[in-house]
Design a protein around this ligand. Structure first.
Ligand SMILES: NC(=O)c1ccc[n+]([C@@H]2O[C@H](COP(=O)([O-])OP(=O)(O)OC[C@H]3O[C@@H](n4cnc5c(N)ncnc54)[C@H](OP(=O)(O)O)[C@@H]3O)[C@@H](O)[C@H]2O)c1
Length: 243
């Protein structure tokens, strides 16, 4: 398949691209600073590097870059700096998701395109009854005001859930919800659940970024896995991090 990855320069996006290349996909990445990418990527014929800031692309460019892609993944996230958290673009993830989906629709693909959004266990899947404690509700309520990236993550998933929905002609989606991210060099065993099995605020689990990349690449490659999780918001934990 041909897969477009945005946020590929990030800590998780990097692993995802490596996994996709290992699985012999053709990969396009849109990155702001290509010179920071691994040397091996620049010499890889299966990887096309597009140098651009995703939200600064015009609609026509966005449409062209999405054309011919059977899957698109967003690993975008706000940089953990004052400007990244409180500056513009406040709706980085939501606006990129919406514009990429518009570009997919504008290309009128024959088969639905697989769209994967990197989301968070701090967000609930409102299609399901995911009970959380009163204390967690209060913390999440505050986070929406104090941490704009949290609201952005919520709105991006809501866009897929409510605007793309379950029966879109052009787009099928999965919003992957990792718990606390950590760095590991090797893929390890991990668990996938339809909803969090622990509190994302008071008892968070962990998952390595390489495991998240591995799971996302498998969603793209494995039709059965995709059909199991499409239209849902799976939660991922690394097994060795669970008590
Ligand atoms: N930290 C956690 O424990 C945790 C847990 C669950 C979910 N998450 C979510 O997981 C996501 C990714 O995490 P990560 O650690 O892999 O992120 P990361 O390493 O910070 O990567 C973020 C990516 O977004 C890009 N980006 C940031 N601002 C941008 C802008 N204004 N325009 C275009 N691109 C921009 C970065 O590009 P540049 O390289 O050009 O800056 C980078 O490619 C985040 O949304 C986060 O909310 C985090």
């Amino acid at each position: 398949m041909t897969v477009l990855v945005v946020g590929a320069s990030g800590a998780t996006g990097n692993h995802l691209v490596e996994q996709l290349l290992l699985q012999k996909h053709k990969v396009k990445v849109i990155v702001r600073t290509p010179e920071r990418l691994p040397e091996s990527w620049r010499n890889n014929n299966n990887l096309q590097i597009i140098s651009a800031s995703i939200l600064k692309l015009g609609d026509q460019e966005m449409k062209e870059y999405c054309n011919g892609c059977q899957a698109i993944v967003s690993c975008l996230g706000h940089n953990l700096t004052w400007k990244g958290i409180y500056g513009q673009p406040r709706k980085l993830v939501t606006d990129a998701t919406r514009r990429l989906c518009d570009a997919i629709k504008a290309n009128d693909p024959e088969q639905p395109v697989r769209f994967i959004l990197m989301n968070t266990t701090g967000n609930r899947n409102r299609d399901l009854n995911e009970p959380i404690s009163f204390a967690q509700k209060c913390v999440i309520f505050l986070l929406r005001f104090l941490l704009p990236p949290h609201l952005d993550n919520e709105k991006a998933a809501d866009y897929l859930r409510t605007k793309i929905g379950q029966n879109n002609q052009f787009i099928e989606w999965v919003a992957v919800r990792p718990d606390g991210l950590m760095n590991e060099n090797e893929v390890s065993d991990y668990e996938i659940h339809p909803s969090p099995t622990r509190s994302a605020i008071f008892n968070a689990g962990k998952v390595s970024r390489i495991n998240v990349g591995h799971y996302m690449a498998n969603l793209i490659s494995d039709d059965d896995l995709w059909n199991t999780w499409k239209g849902r918001m799976p939660v991922i934990y690394s097994k060795d991090s669970l008590d």
